[in-house]
Design a protein around this ligand. Structure first.
Ligand code: ATP
Length: 215
């Protein structure tokens, strides 16, 4: 039987409980076989105090370790250049030709979709599962509103019947945590405790990450 595989990309700079909880919510709601967590390259000009890709990957591995359905997938970091999601999905489609692929997107990311490279091809390769996120303040752009009708699924049973092409809005636990806000907090000496798994917070402290002059 075809497996249901979730794909959750992000900067994970650092991974936090918002990411992990919503990924688990989706895994449970859809009875997914696995969720692949895929850290992306970060453009060098981004405002982050020298946290390397290797460290983001280690933090993600620590954060995901206790959930058997989470698989950390470093395929984008193994390439020298930033990857387009459409190319990553194509690679996954080739690697898992028989599986149903579901691309997990926070609502803010979904609203920004028309700015993504060849975004209309994404749904040829996977279903899109949109997770509501608190305080995003973003709205669905018109182009997306025009694209959506006819693609929206009502439930997971519909997603299971085809390999790609549908969009499902999934309610998830509302956790108002963002990596940007976390980095701000850590930069001024604040604590990350209870906002991320303990193992990730310990790692950040041990390596002096995200604090001014740390790295
Ligand atoms: P930043 O604040 O640096 O942009 P982020 O916390 O949004 O980071 P990313 O790693 O860039 O995290 O996000 C990866 C994906 O996770 C995106 O689709 C984003 O919408 C989603 N996401 C992040 N935090 C949450 C949350 N608290 N609830 C729901 N979705 C989330």
């Amino acid at each position: 039987m075809a497996r249901l595989v979730g794909i959750f990309g992000g900067t994970f700079d650092p991974v936090h409980n918002g990411h992990l909880r919503v990924a688990l919510d989706v895994a449970e709601a859809g009875d997914l076989d696995q969720v692949r967590l895929i850290p992306c390259h970060i453009p060098p000009h981004r405002d982050t105090p020298e946290v390397t890709a290797a460290r983001r990957l280690e933090m993600l591995s620590l954060g995901a370790a206790d959930e058997p359905r989470f698989v950390v997938d470093d395929r984008e970091l193994r390439r020298d250049m930033p990857s387009y999601t459409v190319d990553t999905l194509r690679g996954l489609r080739e690697a898992f030709p028989d599986d149903v692929l579901c691309l997990l997107l926070g609502a803010d990311s979904f609203h920004g979709l028309p700015r993504w490279h060849r975004w209309q091809e994404l749904s040829d390769l996977a279903h899109l599962v949109i997770m509501e996120r608190p305080a995003t303040g973003t709205e669905m752009p018109e182009s997306l509103g025009r694209w959506l009708p006819g693609r929206q699924a009502d439930d997971w049973a519909q997603l299971r019947r085809t390999q790609a092409g549908l969009v499902l809005f999934q309610t998830v636990t509302q956790l108002d945590i963002s990596a940007t806000e976390l980095r701000r907090r850590l930069a001024v000496g604040g604590s990350g405790r209870y906002l991320m798994p303990d193992a990730v917070w310990r790692y950040i402290q041990e390596h002096g990450l995200y604090c001014r002059g740390g790295g």
